[in-house]
Design a protein around this ligand. Structure first.
Ligand code: GLA
Length: 410
């Protein structure tokens, strides 16, 4: 039998101690404080954020910690337990295309806050994290969100105190990722890390112009009382959003929306006065000889619908019934959106065969992680079955995480 490898979340005390020590060892004196932010899993609503659609994430118990102290000048100095050396830049030198490396995710947030008119100065900071890196669990958004709440606190902006303020921190984090780190992602990850609530999923609506109350609605998602848990499987299959495939999917969606004369694919929905999926597909046909655009559109439109229906079930306290939506989402991402891979499909198939109620890839895809909804009494059986299936297939051993819906950046 292949024993699954479990990845435990650090306690808040442990995380704080680690970054406090790293800070003190790297810079003179103590940090002004320690802040942290979670990674996320997306229950459903994949590749919908940049289509003005719906997503339904929860925050992971696994967090990125940052110890930070403001400086008198505009220098930024960063150290990480996961990287060699000191990352350094002057705030005034930070601009799209001007900085490289992991520090761009932190310094980019300071840049974006300044761009939004906030007064932010230089700082020294130390970071450490138990969010697995490159696993599709938003380690980069956790880093941005941790930096965002830390800078918010030391600059006295007060944005983290309200959901509307947090939506502004989301925007700064998203701009850091898009414009400074250069990854064309859509805002799901930053919203999850900054706006999710413990014991809740967050129904995100990415239509432009919505008020915070409409763009992010917490939905109680108390898995433990339903005797359920969310099992996350990091397949260890490599994935990267800076590489071309993610951008190519996004570009295809934008092209399809443009051909249909729409601002976004969300506007296809008849409930929003749109033409509906059948007519949209017919209108695209002459422009789409190989059918690729139509498959992409079919995924996005059906996924937004599944997300709304999944959220309704959760609201009704019927979390145990969402499995079929998870499977339909996975099939759509695999066949129509073509962002799954052998390892993700294997998690879904082996978890279902071992008794999971539902399973799907989560995040951008092309590797990364999958989730399974599992009865508490079946967790070990399912994890062992997945670990065994990977061993039998000669694949790198995956890592397993438990993901009770956890608290946002603070
Ligand atoms: C990545 C991106 C998100 C989102 C998902 C797919 O996680 O960062 O913005 O597009 O992929 O749902």
């Amino acid at each position: 039998m292949t024993e699954p490898q479990w990845l435990e979340a650090w306690t808040a005390e442990d995380g704080a101690r680690r970054v406090d020590e790293l800070f003190t060892r790297s810079f003179d004196g103590s940090p002004e404080g320690v802040w942290s932010a979670p990674g996320r899993v997306n229950l459903i609503g994949e590749h919908t954020d940049y289509n003005a659609g719906l997503c339904l994430p929860t925050a992971l118990p696994h967090r990125t910690f940052i110890a930070l102290r403001p400086r008198e000048d505009d220098q930024v100095r960063l150290v990480s337990a996961q990287a060699e050396g000191v990352w350094e830049a002057r705030l005034s030198d930070i601009a799209p295309g001007a900085v490289q490396g992991w520090g761009a995710y932190v310094a980019g947030v300071a840049w974006a806050l300044a761009e939004a008119g906030h007064k932010v100065g230089g700082f020294d900071a130390a970071v450490d994290s138990c969010v697995p890196f490159g696993a599709g669990l938003s380690s980069s958004a956790a880093l941005e969100a941790a930096a965002a709440v830390a800078l918010d606190a030391v600059a006295g902006l007060g944005l983290a105190a309200s959901d509307a303020g947090r939506a502004e921190l989301v925007e700064a984090s998203r701009r850091a990722e898009n414009e400074i780190a250069g990854a064309p992602t859509g805002g799901l990850d930053q919203s999850a890390s900054l706006r999710c609530r413990e014991g809740h999923a967050l129904l995100l609506d990415f239509r432009p112009g919505l008020k915070p109350l409409e763009s992010g609605v917490p939905v109680p998602f108390d898995l433990a009382t339903a005797d359920l848990t969310l099992l996350v499987v990091d397949t260890k299959a490599e994935h990267s959003h800076v590489s071309g495939e993610y951008g190519a999917r996004r570009a295809a969606c934008e092209q399809a929306a443009q051909l249909l004369g729409l601002g976004s694919l969300r506007e296809i929905a008849p409930t929003l006065g749109g033409i509906g999926i059948d007519r949209a597909l017919t209108e695209l046909e002459p422009h789409d000889p190989d059918g690729v655009l139509r498959r992409r559109v079919r995924h996005v439109v059906s996924e937004i619908d599944r997300t709304a229906r999944f959220a309704d079930l959760v609201r009704e306290g019927r979390a145990a019934d969402v499995g079929p939506f998870m499977l339909a989402s996975h099939a759509s991402l695999r066949d129509d959106y073509e962002v799954s891979c052998r390892e993700l499909d294997l998690v879904v198939d082996s978890a279902m065969a071992a008794g999971a109620l539902g399973a799907r890839m989560t995040g951008g895809g092309f590797g990364g992680s999958a989730i399974a909804l599992v009865r508490l009494s079946d967790v070990d059986t399912v994890a062992q079955a997945v670990a065994g299936a990977f061993a039998d297939a000669g694949l790198t051993a995956p890592a397993f995480l438990l993901a009770p819906p956890s608290a946002p950046a603070a």
